[in-house]
Design a protein around this ligand. Sequence first.
Ligand code: ATP
Length: 270
Amino acid sequence: MSLPDEDAQANVLEMDQVTLAFDGVTAVDGVSFHVAAGELFAIIGPNGAGKTSIFNVLSGVYRPQKGSVRFLGDEIVGKRPHKIAAMGIARTFQNIELFGHLSVVENLMLGRHNHMRYGALAAFAWVGRARREELANRAAVEEVIDFLELEQWRGLPVGLLPYGVQKRVELGRALAMEPKVLLLDEPVAGMNVEETEDMARFVLDVRDELGIAMVMVEHDMGLVMDLADRVMVLDFGKPIRTGTPAEVQQDPNVVRAYLGEAHQTVGGVA
Ligand SMILES: Nc1ncnc2c1ncn2[C@@H]1O[C@H](COP(=O)(O)OP(=O)(O)OP(=O)(O)O)[C@@H](O)[C@H]1O
């Protein structure tokens, strides 16, 4: 029997000995890690280390040749991406994947589609349960707008918004799904200092106020070391160290992997 505080620490995600290869290239090589409830877990590594491939395994885009991934105890390897998303794993993308001609509200409503049991026609007819469902979806979207401070842009086409706000809307689309785990693929890539600070604040709010566990792939080392609870460092598809930011930064193998590949200092500026 487990103690209550152990339950509170339960893992939401467990990757176990996952291997994924493409025509002789082993992109992910026997990778294992877990993410605890409410944890912000970062994956870092030089270009080509296998970070995106791990995200694609977690979201069902790639099926690994070996290993398992359990989400709240259920095996998800072999499940289709839409099924995994509906189970509660949402993701944002490295390159923004929004509908530029649709408004902020409309894009966020699309994030709700896994909560809609009635088709567009029923919603249009505005009857009975479809109407109640529509109202509930709108209320959920309003909460996201409030949470991410998107009010001033709500009716504008997303394509016209500043880049940093578009990335925030993408985070909002994922949050509108009410996920249990959020996969953040380079959330601050291409952002200026102010936009990066805003995004960092929202990511922390997602963890601390909403309690959603996150897996974040990010090249901005300063951000990773500031925000993450734990970090896994990948090199050529293999984890070379998993630990707290302080532990990882002091590991000579980690420093070597970065100096060798990317001429970066871990935890410092590129
Ligand atoms: N669809 C694919 N077909 C063939 N090889 C692939 C494919 N996807 C990834 N790879 C290879 O797998 C390895 C890991 O790539 P991956 O994109 O996962 O790395 P990454 O750490 O995300 O890199 P980056 O930081 O540049 O985004 C690389 O050698 C890459 O060329």
